[in-house]
Design a protein around this ligand. Sequence first.
Ligand code: PAF
Length: 283
Amino acid sequence: MEIIKTKAEMQKRAKELRKSGNSVGFVPTMGFLHEGHLQLAHRSIQENEITVMSIFVNPLQFGPEEDFEAYPRDSERDQLLAENAGVDILFMPDHSNIYNQEASFEIKVNKRTDVLCGKSRPGHFDGVSTILIKLFNIIIPDKVYMGLKDAQQVAVVDSLIHYFDFPIELITVETVRETDGLARSSRNVYLSDEERKEARQLYQALKLGETLIQNGERNPQIIIAKVSEYIKKNITGTIDYVEIFSFPDLTVLKSIERRIILALAVKFSKARLIDNILIEVEK
Ligand code: PAF
């Protein structure tokens, strides 16, 4: 596996790959890799000649009160995992290399961000979009691989790719879960033993919502109320949100129809966990 640490070197390599006609799959990450990231890499390896993974903890997408400093990092372990997964190029730039100029532009995302995590993390998706625009331009991938656990991120990146006319195909991959249903996340390490036991109930809460829909319930407010009640009964953490929207447009629905997202965020003592399921409803 090649490790590239500067954008100049990555751009040079990306140009060579283009010239030689190699298809490039790209897996953007902030490191502290887990099975979820590795699934994205596996899919990219299956579908492309070259797979590039980036590891960059992007300060622009963290709010002032958020966990940028404390975000888990383990570069040696990440390199090992990426190499064993079969990643061809690991792009690991540092902050001064990526943001090496005064910020003379500002990316502001106006759609799909005033709900879910965008509502409680103002500016988060502006930061995500800024770094992805940079990484897309540096790496010039044919396909980008993203996990559906961050479904709102997927929705924003889908519109980013279309709005800025990037010739990139967005490939989404199902959320990878622990055996008890907890979605894999780098932030799960923040949970206490007791919280970890409770956290499995998040997926159960989503499954309850899914069952209600499968049994014919079409009123989003009733489903949200029942899922919230289940979480309050089974989890000591506090609910940040339980919401239902159309997907990927993320618009409010009066009645459940077509493709919807049921999403939740719950704050534990040191971790805020998110999870969701996408449900297809036949008319
Ligand atoms: O999902 C993430 O890890 C990050 O938001 C991303 C896409 C790598 C951008 O920093």
